[in-house]
Write a protein of this length. Sequence first.
Length: 387
Amino acid sequence: MSHKQKVRIGMIGYKFMGKAHSHAYRDLPFYFDLGIEPVLQTMVGRDKTSVKLASEKFGWLSYETDWRRLIEREDIDVIDIGTPNNTHVEIAIAAAEAGKHIICEKPLALNTQQALNMLKAVQKAGVIHMVSYNYRFVPAIQYAKKLIQDGMLGEIYHFRAQYLQDWIMDPGFPLVWRLRKDVCGSGSLGDLMAHSIDLARFLVGEIKEVTGMMETFIKKRPLGEMSGGLSASISGESFADVDVDDAVAAMARFENGAVGVFEATRFGKGNRNGNRLEINGSKGSIRWDMESMNTLQLYLEEDTPGMQGFRSINCTESVHPYGEAYWPAGHIIGYEHTFINLMHDFMKGILTNTNPNPNFEDGYRNQVILDAIEKSASAGKWMKIKY
Ligand code: SOE
């Protein structure tokens, strides 16, 4: 019999992120001995047939079609929000008022005001909260953070990030929720650059001002819906205007004097999930690319002249963050493990009654920066970041 503390999860949403989070809850006790056992209590979706199928496939004990009923239940400890962005605010505030711990997909909200309301609600309720910026949980990224904190790179001068995808380049790709401003808030800005901003804040520090530029290449698309993962189907013959960005570029100044350059696009032909960054400091540099996520490239000036160059560190040793939980050195992990590591920190937060990072405060700050980039793009000037 298990003596672990059971944490009963109610998850709203069952598609791409529903799959990633379900898998993480299921596998967490397999790798980490935390004294906690997540119970996949109830999965919620509006379409009964689809949510039933998904709940059975992903191993949930039951399903439900109304998220409000889920939140009222006493046998639920955590609300996991994996629904489109326009629904986050209402669900999160109701969940906080009901005293549930909350994990919410990114970006936290449609805009700064919503994110602030969500932050105030979780703070008032005193529940544990987290926002699912999963790339922080790549061991190579956590190790980069340690190297920077230990001063190995010296003073940081540059942060440079690209997040490039190409899944909507076909002009026939439909106007799904991820391309509608009223549902998602923004396009590649909130979907992709939000991740780079989270990594920038995590690795380098707070941003004090930004300037941005946004472009929409395909102005009209047929109506349609996401069908799972990043594929979609067209519904009917009507077309409508695209009101979010296909591509965005931004520059930033950090409070510590570093400068940042960010680029995100869904029109980067050939890049399926090209999430990359480079940081240059006075004593060294790092480079990282999600498509070979276990490798951290490190350059150190202190290396012997003649032998200097970027070395590839395979961050799978037991000394690397989360390294002990998985396999012997050199046996790599993948995308899904970023969510297992993230859930590890969330569950530990619940166990110790301490908010993990990134939490709703980070989600809110990220949203302030996203909104400032968008405002800058339309006003054509630099915007100060004010929290
Ligand atoms: C689609 O662009 C998407 O699924 C994002 O929404 C995720 O946040 C990113 O991690 C992968 O791509």
